[in-house]
Design a protein around this ligand. Structure first.
Ligand code: ATP
Ligand code: ZN
Ligand code: MG
Length: 326
């Protein structure tokens, strides 16, 4: 067991107030509470929706740069999309088949003046004011690579050797939680490879190695484990089993909230020809392209660093600081 993590889980010592001596001892502060106490995360009143301090952001930005440095020689094409994507693309992507429970859609007021008066009256009365909200053409991006596939498909056949993209986006998933590592809006950095099965599997192997080295060099205990996506419902169980049986997804796990349930900080996904077929992405010879992506959870890695090296960035080990800020 990792010593620093287990001692970190001990209750924080509070000064004894003699008048409160008969009261129950104070409950230990959770990791999330301590992040709030330090101002590293800022409460909004919604679980999983947080502001972040300048110090927290400096780590997120340093990680983003570190990932860029590691991948620099590969010549990936950098693209940045806003955190919303076309609803039509989202519908075609198949996300609603697998993950209807995580999706977030953007709705807007589409009523007339009477509807507006009603909206304000409901608001005043503390009643539901959303009746005249209708779905817009935008949904929130669920994973950084989702807006990419239709764009790549529209360019026509892949060149010989395939394509490699560098992405980063805020992503939304409706999974409110008290675990600070499970946010509803968070940033995902990704590299996405498109090409032959051999090309995309070699890419995934390479990043399994690189990701492991990167996280080790950051002083984090880790394990690479087979994984599955959280598919919805009974049919989802089969999809999840299939994903594991075919070794399509691996995660790099670090204990952050607890030793028993480590947190996926990086994921390595082989989609086979799923997106190639869905979007009509073709290789140079006209056959359907295969795709794979590696995803870095920027807030999750930041939280792993805070958990293992402490909440004071200046006191982090010199080697770790050198990797990030050197
Ligand atoms: P989990 O198994 O914990 O639900 P996931 O397998 O669904 O995560 P992916 O879909 O593979 O995650 O997303 C890529 C990366 O994005 C993850 O490795 C993780 O670092 C990060 N990530 C995913 N969900 C969240 C979240 N709710 N909050 C913060 N980071 C997240
Ligand atoms: Zn992806
Ligand atoms: Mg997972």
């Amino acid at each position: 067991m990792d010593q620093s993590l287990s001692s970190d889980l001990l209750p924080v010592q509070e000064a004894v107030n003699p008048e409160a001596i008969d009261e129950a001892p104070p409950a230990p502060r959770s990791f999330l509470d301590r992040l709030f106490d330090r101002g590293l995360l800022i409460r909004t009143g919604v679980d999983g929706l947080y502001g972040r301090s300048g110090a927290f952001e400096s780590v997120v930005e340093a990680l983003d740069r570190l990932v860029s440095r590691i991948g620099a020689a590969d010549g990936a094409e950098a693209l940045r999309f806003p955190p919303g994507m076309a609803r039509s693309s989202f519908e075609r992507s198949g996300y609603l088949k697998g993950f209807p429970h995580l999706a977030g859609t953007v709705h807007s007021f589409c009523g007339n003046e009477t509807d507006h008066a009603r909206l304000l009256a409901c608001l005043d009365a503390g009643e539901d004011w959303t009746a005249k909200q209708a779905a817009t053409d935008i949904v929130l991006t669920p994973a950084a690579c989702y807006p990419l596939y239709p764009v790549a498909a529209a360019r026509g056949r892949l060149p010989e050797g395939g394509l490699l993209f560098d992405l980063q986006s805020y992503c939304f998933r409706h999974e409110p939680s008290l675990e600070p590592t499970r946010m509803q809006l968070f940033r995902m950095r990704e590299y996405v490879r498109m090409g032959t099965p051999e090309q995309v599997l070699a890419f995934r192997e390479l990043w399994l190695e690189r990701g492991t080295t990167m996280m080790r060099d950051l002083g984090l205990p880790l394990a690479i484990d087979p994984a599955n996506d959280p598919f919805f419902g009974r049919a989802g169980k089969m999809l999840a089993n299939n994903q594991r049986a075919q070794a399509l997804k691996f995660e790099l796990n670090v204990p952050v909230n607890s030793e028993d349930k480590p947190t996926a900080c990086l994921s390595f996904n082989y989609h086979q020809d799923h997106f190639g077929t869905t979007w009509g992405i073709e290789q140079a010879d006209g056959t359907t392209a295969h795709t794979a992506c590696v995803g870095f959870g920027l807030e999750r890695i930041t939280l792993a660093l805070l958990r293992h090296h402490g909440l004071d960035l200046d006191a982090w080990p010199a080697e770790v600081r050198a990797q990030l800020f050197g």
